[in-house]
Write a protein that binds this ligand. Structure first.
Ligand code: ZN
Length: 159
């Protein structure tokens, strides 16, 4: 099913998403949602997307991983953050045409599940660390524009 990416100020983007029950792991319904999210992300040339961006309030994100391509992470949680921070130029599929510098932790450790329910732990740095922080913010109803220190003229990262 084709799902449209919601655009700010749609109030759906401000609703916190709910934990995905393990009974849904591996289900056709969850697999279908993952497929739809990947399609929406690729159509808009994003490198990450969160379920609430298509109006589904499940704690589910897709991130384009360097090695394995677009990958689903269910119930992702940041379990540790580096003290050091970086300023990163972000854009967002739900805030088209707007870019800005956001301060993020340089490294994060994330625990999540695959769509089939396998636990994964990721130690992330650089762009991927930023993408996970941006997407997990979406699950809490937070948009990057609430964190922008300074707007910029454009970038090439849509997350
Ligand atoms: Zn976004």
């Amino acid at each position: 099913m084709k799902r449209a990416v919601l655009v700010h100020p749609n109030p759906e983007l401000k609703i916190a998403s709910l934990h995905v029950d393990e009974a849904r792991f591996g289900s056709d319904e969850l697999n279908e949602l993952v497929k739809d999210l990947k399609e929406a992300m690729e159509e808009d040339k994003g490198i990450g997307i969160a379920a609430p961006q298509v109006g589904v309030h499940d704690r589910l994100i897709i991130v384009d991983m360097a090695d394995s391509g677009p990958t689903a992470f269910v119930n992702p949680k940041i379990v540790s953050r580096s003290m050091s921070k970086i300023d990163f130029e972000e854009g967002c599929l739900s805030v088209p045409g707007v870019y800005g510098m956001v301060e993020r932790h340089k490294k994060v450790k994330v625990k999540a599940y695959s769509q089939d329910g396998y636990p994964v732990t990721l130690s992330l740095k650089g762009t991927l660390a930023v993408v996970f922080q941006h997407e997990i913010d979406h699950l809490d109803g937070i948009l990057f524009i609430e964190k922008v220190k300074v707007y910029t003229h454009g970038g090439n990262v849509q997350i």
